[in-house]
Unconditional design. Structure first.
Length: 316
């Protein structure tokens, strides 16, 4: 049965270390207009209020920058996603930086508290840091640690206390008090730029990462089918697509943390369509398009829109 789609536009980049991903949604819309597409006129949408002005504030939480406002932003996203699902619609979420994915996951769990959620994370980065381990303090590297409720204290390098500690606990409990995700129900595609704390955590938790070279060597279909089998116990699947999962040399550098040797556009489309065809996907999110960094005009946004157009037919 076809699903009714609602677009959620979350123009926030406060969880990132580089400004500009808040403009990514508009860049994708411009790509659609230039292509002559009516995509953004075809679906109802919601604009999520943002806290982007807080980049000018003096930061009090160096191990989790602007965390007080990230908590508020993720709460807004969670409420919007929960409401969208409760009204029987399929949320396609457009976000600036990846920290807001914690809000999306929280909203799904709030809408379906008794369902088991699986997450397919298509990204160059593991995003498994916590304030205790992060070398940068940028929260777009922390959403999965928050969703898993796992601080990775065995790799602690930062002394987290006071307001930062309280707000981190608040971030982990948005929507639901318990961890929203189990390690067995998290699958990576394309992760290739990690720090040692994340590597240790991935190994300790047994999180599967389908690297680009493995997917190409074993075959894309075989890897995706295996991933779906690993998520067979999950009632629902959320797909989070960070455009830096793609090869920056092949596509463009229009993202905050570009990494070479990633997937190409057709590989991403095939991965997404095969996962969507399993009929368990309840939400799709695209993040980290940064037109200010694009070395090829608006190429990254154009590529993201082409991917979105091709997969939407399978959703709705």
């Amino acid at each position: 049965m076809k699903k009714r789609i609602r677009l959620i536009k979350n123009r926030s980049d406060i969880g990132a270390g580089t400004r500009g991903s808040d403009m990514g949604i508009d860049a994708i819309e411009i790509a659609a207009i230039n292509k002559g597409s009516e995509y953004f006129n075809n679906f109802p949408f919601v604009d999520v209020e943002t806290h982007n002005e807080t980049i000018y504030n003096k930061d009090r939480n160096s191990f989790a920058k602007r965390i007080e406002h990230v908590v508020q932003q993720c709460t807004r996203v969670a409420q919007t996603v929960e409401r969208t699902l409760a009204e029987g619609e399929f949320p396609i979420v457009f976000s600036g930086d990846h920290s807001s994915a914690l809000g999306t996951i929280s909203g799904i769990k709030a809408a379906y508290p008794d369902s088991t959620l699986g997450v397919v994370w298509i990204d160059a980065h593991a995003d498994l840091h916590s304030p205790y381990t992060s070398p940068s303090g940028n929260i777009h590297g922390m959403p999965l640690a928050a969703a898993l409720g796992n601080d990775n204290l065995n790799c602690q390098v930062n002394d987290v206390a006071g307001e930062t500690l309280v707000l981190w606990e608040n971030l982990k409990t948005i929507g639901t008090g318990e961890p929203k995700l189990k390690p067995d129900h998290l699958i990576y595609f394309g992760v290739r730029d990690t720090e040692s704390a994340e590597d240790i955590q991935m190994q300790h938790l047994g999180i599967k990462n389908y690297k680009v070279e493995e997917v190409r060597f074993r075959g894309l279909n075989e890897c995706v089918e295996e991933a779906l089998e690993k998520l067979s116990a999950c009632d629902l699947i959320y797909i989070s697509f960070d455009v830096d999962s793609m090869d920056c040399d092949l596509i463009s550098y229009g993202t905050g943390t570009p990494v070479a040797k990633g997937f190409d556009e057709r590989e991403i489309i095939t991965i997404l369509n095969k996962i969507i065809s399993a009929q368990k996907v309840v939400c799709f999110e695209v993040v980290e398009v940064n037109p200010l960094l694009d070395n090829k005009g608006n190429k990254m946004a154009e590529c993201a829109f082409d991917i979105l157009e091709e997969i939407t037919e399978g959703i709705g």
